[in-house]
Design a protein around this ligand. Structure first.
Ligand SMILES: *[C@@H]1O[C@H](CO)[C@@H](O)[C@H](O)[C@H]1NC(C)=O
Ligand SMILES: *[C@@H]1O[C@H](CO)[C@@H](O)[C@H](O)[C@H]1NC(C)=O
Ligand SMILES: *[C@@H]1O[C@H](CO)[C@@H](O)[C@H](O)[C@H]1NC(C)=O
Ligand SMILES: *[C@@H]1O[C@H](CO)[C@@H](O)[C@H](O)[C@H]1NC(C)=O
Ligand SMILES: *[C@@H]1O[C@H](CO)[C@@H](O)[C@H](O)[C@H]1NC(C)=O
Length: 270
């Protein structure tokens, strides 16, 4: 049955920014600070497997896809999963990444693991589709029906970006990509969330931006100067702006919000 992949639809998002490979055709995304973003989706994750291998794979690929390339160059090509993954672990400094690397590499086989890497370049979603960990749905669609920011204007603090969208055929493994052009035209703000295949229907995704300068930030830092912040929201099949197969921008929409000044400080206690 053609739609079997869609029936296994899951939708849960992950927060990813730190490990995102530099996108090729857009300004680099930077982290806004610890816990700068969060996403919640109202719709129920009805068909989530115990082990969501697509999310597992994409999370891994976001963290490691660049280092896999370096590891291959450093002799990891001839020596099998274990050696390759230990080099990747050394480079990323993460044991979790090593475990994920080993798990996937042994699951799909070393040759396939490396071959898919060469083919996918730095596109984590396509990579995981090649490894058959993420479903491919190519006749999908999505239209953003409402995009709002609350508050529309206010001091530094949390801004809730609410997106409603409708899909007639369902969606493929893709991403929600948000871009914010700050008032001072300085550091771009952005975040990407995995959006696993969804059945036809209407969906709501809420993204919270914690628009407060991070006191622990090491240069470069977002200062959240007062002014108008232009927001662009994308919903995509595959990675947004990817030139690989199974990739398409379903829709994009713009809105904006205004930061009026620093967060009010608590009134002094008497
Ligand atoms: C990983 O790094 C440690 C030291 O930081 C080194 O002893 C070890 O040989 C490295 N492993 C690989 C596979 O490069
Ligand atoms: C939905 O899928 C059908 C069958 O593949 C296709 O003809 C149609 O163009 C798709 N609709 C949209 C909105 O993509
Ligand atoms: C758009 O979303 C906002 C915030 O959730 C809501 O107040 C408004 O009614 C929605 N508009 C439409 C046309 O659905
Ligand atoms: C926001 O978009 C408007 C046009 O819609 C443009 O005039 C303005 O310069 C943009 N602001 C920033 C900070 O990019
Ligand atoms: C901000 O968005 C509103 C619509 O929500 C639009 O009317 C206005 O022109 C936009 N402002 C800028 C500076 O882009």
């Amino acid at each position: 049955m053609k739609s079997a992949a869609v029936v296994l639809a899951v939708l849960l998002a992950y927060q990813c920014l730190a490990g995102r490979p530099p996108p090729r055709r857009q300004v680099p995304l930077v982290r806004t600070g610890h816990g700068g973003w969060s996403l919640s989706q109202a719709s129920k994750p009805s068909n989530v497997n115990d082990r969501d291998m697509c999310k597992f794979c994409v999370d891994f690929a976001y963290d490691a896809i660049e280092t896999i390339g370096e590891a291959i160059l450093q002799g990891g090509l001839t020596q099998g999963c274990e050696k390759l993954c230990s080099i990747v672990a050394n480079k990323t400094g993460s044991e979790a990444v090593e475990v994920a690397c080993d798990t996937l590499c042994f699951l799909v086989g070393f040759d396939e693991f490396v071959h898919a890497f060469n083919k996918a370049d730095v596109d984590p979603i396509y990579y995981c589709e090649l490894l058959k960990q993420c479903p491919i749905v190519d006749n999908g669609d999505a239209t953003i029906t409402n995009l709002t920011v609350t508050p529309k204007s206010g001091p530094q603090g949390d801004f809730l970006i609410d997106m409603e969208y409708e899909t007639k055929n369902g969606t493929g493994t893709g991403e929600l990509l948000i871009h914010i052009d700050p008032a001072d035209h300085g550091l771009q703000i952005g975040a990407s969330f995995l959006n696993e295949p969804q059945d036809p229907g209407t969906y709501d995704a809420q993204i919270t931006l914690h628009a407060v300068p991070d006191p622990d930030c090491v240069f470069p830092c977002q200062s959240f100067e007062p002014g108008v912040y232009n927001v662009t929201m994308h919903i995509c099949n595959g990675q947004c702006m990817s030139q690989h197969p199974h990739s398409k921008i379903y829709d994009k929409k713009k809105t904006n919000f205004t930061i009026t000044g620093p967060a009010p400080t608590d009134p002094p206690r008497l």
